[in-house]
Design a protein around this ligand. Structure first.
Ligand code: NAP
Length: 340
């Protein structure tokens, strides 16, 4: 792979910092690295491959045609502001926010599922929500041989999915709670330590939250399956890293759990960890720090003959965010889709 100049907006964030680790772990060649953030982090330094990189403040003038790859990992509003600027300069922009996921002119890509969608990019590639990725990674191998019709999903999401401040918030709330005090950090909709909060993002008129609606829309776009019915309930729980979820799925034809297990076990990026006789199943701690989508508890749905149900866990910061972005860059480079 060629060495590109890579610029990260949100380079000081929890995803941005993990991205640097993954570039290193996957030995991605990098010609020049720039880290951008707000004035809060500007001037601070982060180490990359033995070099201290000084974080710069993000301004419209910060982008140049020399930034071959721009990874936007800050916020939806920052992406709306900066993605078109970088795009106009000819940069290959990968956006980790929800700003462009439903834009029909922007591919939404998981390299193990729909890498060919990169071919029609017009400068911006979007990447899915950290809950959508593991669910579709586990469903896609079955969907490819027996189209998906309907999904019900309930999530158990770690605080890391809400950024670095939310990780600090859970730690502080937990310490206070163990000393008998309730001190909500304000990083979730309710105090999160020793609690569970069934609201991630804002409610829409139909009673679903935006996080839940994202899971439905993104699943349809990535799987090229516009008619799939999805009902999600997204819940924040007091774990630090690793999103978990329970999925109930129905396909056009009945699926035997044994067949589903075989297909899932053979899928790239997915690991089956499913041995009830020996009480083997994945937990968020098993996924934290890894790039795997771990699947367990796969069985027939006793409420819906022919359907299946399973449990899956993934590190939201890694395959749910930074790892997928690195894979998108690798795949785009392989297909010669990044201008130099
Ligand atoms: N956490 C996850 O699991 C996850 C998964 C998928 C997608 N995402 C998405 O990834 C993005 C980053 O999330 P995160 O979890 O890394 O958040 P984070 O830990 O809060 O970090 C956010 C970073 O973005 C910078 N930033 C915020 N607003 C900015 C602006 N207007 N201009 C320039 N820089 C700005 C911050 O700068 P300062 O350092 O100066 O404050 C910080 O470096 C978000 O869009 C999020 O939705 C996150």
């Amino acid at each position: 792979m060629d060495a590109y100049n890579i610029t990260i907006v949100g380079g000081a964030g929890i995803v941005g910092r993990e991205f640097l680790k993954i570039l290193d772990q996957r030995q991605v060649p990098v010609a020049r690295l720039r880290l951008l953030a707000t004035a809060r982090s500007a001037g601070k330094q982060l180490e990359f491959r033995g070099q201290q990189i000084t974080i710069e403040e993000t301004t419209p003038a910060a982008f140049t045609p020399d930034d071959h790859v721009v990874f936007l990992s800050a916020s939806g509003s920052a992406s709306k502001q900066y993605a078109p600027l970088a795009q106009q300069l000819g940069c290959f922009v990968v956006d980790d926010s929800s700003a462009y996921r439903q834009d029909p002119a922007v591919p939404l890509v998981i390299p193990e599922i729909n890498p060919e969608d990169l071919e029609w990019h017009k400068g911006i590639v979007s990447q899915p929500n950290c809950t959508t990725t593991p669910m579709v990674m586990a469903l896609n191998p079955i969907h490819k041989v027996n189209p998906l019709r309907r999904v019900i999903v309930s999530t158990y999401q770690a605080v890391a999915g809400a950024g670095g401040a939310a990780v600090d918030g859970l730690a502080a709330e937990s310490r206070a709670a163990l000393e008998g005090r309730h001190e909500p950090s304000g990083t979730q909709k309710r105090e999160i330590a020793f609690n569970a909060v069934p609201q991630i993002d804002l409610f829409s008129d139909d009673g679903y939250t935006k996080e839940e609606i994202k899971m439905a829309n993104e699943t349809r776009k990535i799987l090229h399956a516009p008619d799939v019915a999805v009902s999600a309930t997204c819940v924040r729980i007091p774990t630090f890293f690793g999103h978990a979820m329970t999925v109930w799925a129905e396909f056009e034809r009945p699926v035997a759990p044994e067949q589903a297990r075989e297909l899932v076990a053979a899928a790239p990026g997915v690991t089956l960890m499913d041995d009830p006789a020996n009480e083997q199943y994945p937990t968020p701690m098993d996924a934290a720090g890894t790039d795997k989508v771990l699947v367990g508890r796969l069985r027939a749905d006793s409420s819906n003959p022919g359907g299946i149900t399973f449990w899956t866990v993934t590190d939201s910061i890694r395959k749910g965010a930074a790892t997928n972005v690195v894979q998108v860059i690798e795949e785009a480079a392989k297909r010669n889709l990044i201008r130099r």
